[in-house]
Design a protein around this ligand. Structure first.
Ligand code: ADP
Ligand code: MG
Ligand code: MG
Length: 320
């Protein structure tokens, strides 16, 4: 993001990610409230600690249903529906594979084929059983694990946006480690300028700048969390069909949408679809727009009703 002298920036590390809040007033109290709200939300959804509502479901896998709070039930129901879409790369039951690769965590490794096959048998989204009436979730087999890592930040970014609006804030931006959500635009300006990162580049190296107003911008890239072994890059977006990191020609997908939850869902879905099918899919979703960055340095934009894009790095080629 570009610097603006009028901005008050507040930062924290939460959910294993750097969090940045930008306001146009010096309001430490409000920033503290926002960070507490994020922490509270994280405590419901995390699978990186022993206890959370989601962990309670995982601990009871193969044993019994677990009653959860309405927001947790609703987010799981949403993730479940997306997982059952035809050709969906998104799978809320990916947990056993994520835990076995440990990409982005200590102890990352390449699991054996036998291990991957065993884990894949525990990732069928049809084995996640939801009951609306009792607001409960049951995992049919022992060893199954729900992982909401691909969408929790988007959901939480929307919760923060709603909170800021409720507090009468008219210009603000929250960045939850790659999930940007905004309120309005900076005072007297048309929109926010949000940097599109250069894959595998330094933190401040940008391919270009995205302009938005009152919209979410979510980027998911294979350069975010990965490790290298024998010249192969193993990244954190896993293909539930192979058990391995997804192998295609994309380096990153950025989604511009109203809700950051949709941005998070669509970055994963579009990763799986690739550029051509992805653009075709978006033609039927007028509220969702995307920017794809490919290995051969093309930057491909879908329709551009709700954002502008300015290319800065001429090593990349802009394609519409
Ligand atoms: P982040 O921004 O935290 O890197 P992303 O939104 O890019 O997260 O999603 C990646 C995370 O989603 C992984 O770390 C893992 O927890 C989870 N994940 C990986 N592969 C899949 C998948 N195929 N379906 C759903 N979730 C996934
Ligand atoms: Mg992300
Ligand atoms: Mg995501």
């Amino acid at each position: 993001m570009l610097t603006d002298a009028r901005v008050y920036a507040y930062s924290a590390v939460l959910m294993g990610s750097p969090i940045l809040l930008k306001l146009f007033d010096d309001n430490q109290t409000l920033a503290g409230q926002v960070f507490r709200l994020i922490k509270q939300q994280e405590n419901l959804f995390t699978v990186n600690r022993a206890a959370s509502e989601v962990m309670a479901i995982n601990h009871a896998a193969g044993q019994h249903p677990v009653v959860v709070s309405q927001p947790v039930f609703d987010l799981i129901a949403c993730a479940h529906a997306v997982s059952l879409l035809p050709d969906s790369l998104f799978n809320l039951a990916i947990g056993p594979l994520v835990k076995c690769w440990k990409i982005g965590f200590q102890g990352h490794r390449v699991p054996s084929e036998t291990e991957l096959q065993a884990r894949m048998a525990l990732t069928n989204p049809h084995d996640v059983i939801l009951d609306d009436a009792s607001r409960s979730v049951m995992l049919a087999r022992p060893g199954m694990e729900i992982d909401l890592g691909a969408i929790a930040k988007g959901y939480i970014a929307d919760v923060v946006q709603a909170f800021l609006r409720q507090q009468q804030v008219s210009s603000a931006l929250i960045n939850l480690g790659g999930n940007v959500q905004t309120v309005g635009a900076p005072p007297e300006e048309a929109g926010w300028a949000i940097g599109l990162k250069k894959p595998f580049g330094e933190a401040d190296e940008l391919i270009g700048v995205i302009g938005v107003n009152n919209r979410s911008v979510v980027t998911s890239g294979i350069y975010e969390r990965y490790f290298e072994l024998d010249g192969v890059c193993y990244h954190h977006i896993l293909d539930p069909r192979s058990g391995y990191p997804l192998d295609n020609d994309l380096l990153s997908v950025t989604v511009i949408s109203d809700r950051s939850l949709d941005g998070d869902i669509y970055t994963t879905l579009l990763y799986g679809l690739g550029v051509e099918q992805g653009i075709a899919c978006l033609a039927e979703q007028p509220g969702i727009e995307a920017i794809f960055v490919t290995r051969d340095r093309q930057v491909i934009c879908s329709s551009q009703r709700h954002f502008s894009f300015q290319l800065l790095d001429t090593d990349y080629r802009l394609v519409h």
